[in-house]
Design a protein around this ligand. Sequence first.
Ligand code: BGC
Length: 367
Amino acid sequence: MNAHLGRATAVVAVSAITLTLTACGGAEDADGRPGSGKGHAIKVGLLLPENQTARYEKFDKPLIEKEVAALTRGKGEVVYANAKQDAATQNSQVDTMITNKVDVLIIDAVDAKAIAGAVKRAKDAGIPVVAYDRLAEGPIDAYTSFDNEDVGKVQGKALLDALGDKAKDGQIVMMNGSVTDPNAKLFKSGAHFVLDGKVNIGKEYDTVEWKPENANTNMAAALSALGKSKIVGVYSANDGMAGGIITALKAAGLSTLPPVTGQDAELAGVQRIVAGEQFMTVYKPYAPEAAAAAEMAVALAQGEKIDGVINQMVDSPTTKGVPSVLIPGVALTKANVKSTVVDDGVYTVDEICTDKYRAACEEIGLK
Ligand code: BGC
């Protein structure tokens, strides 16, 4: 799977992704669908997997809506559904969208395998499918995501750097994401690639549904099994779970918290980094990912080629050579809050440096 993923960092820099599709004028086909090369009146079905992780409602959805509007001169409509972590719900959401005759689907699957049948039903109904962020199985037409194995490597490397000599003595806990998410598998294998042989892994969990409360329970179990003084660091696959883990560490009465990793550059995660409670996150710029999805979706709905957008081909367990756009993520620590999320306009300094974090912000020169 993902035989070509490793090349992504070298191949593409975020700024190099130029999204070039321009909307064109013209009339619709008789059935109301857009004809080839006539950009407008497109109905894009957008299906996101959950709403506990902040990114989906705060970034992915509005960014995709904005891009579709821009590409269709305001005539493209996005029909949205969030599956709230339920694979069966997402399957029926796809069926509803097929019934409602969307022109194209953008799917971020709750469960990459369980969605395959719905992807096939969409294809059979003549609706192209773009897999968003997670590589859905079934006959997808295109895919966009980050270089997810590399995200795991970035997390693992940052944790080793933070541990320094402590890597030899203590143990770490690994909190991976949901087994239904192929990304979680890639984050995990990237992290293991870097960490194995360099540090003892005392306990490791695949966290059910990526839920912060499940990560909290797992961490509490690891603390009692290993002993709080023996844990020198925690690999957390994302920021939501890092929040649950840090709560468990504090509840165990640790005065100095071990380094904890994360991903998503959620506002709460960035604030914990500023305050020194979380060591790092992976900043994944969602704007280029959303732009790639929108551009491919609008082009496919119009029967146009997407060759000019893609930067590599990716294999899924069911589909070989899926035209894809993969984007690199970068480590975000106290040292580069300004040059990443602030300079990119993701958060203002005021949003990060609320009263609670003002002193910590001043200490790192964030103003
Ligand atoms: C995404 C992460 C997210 C996680 C939980 C993954 O597939 O790539 O950004 O934190 O799912 O929703």
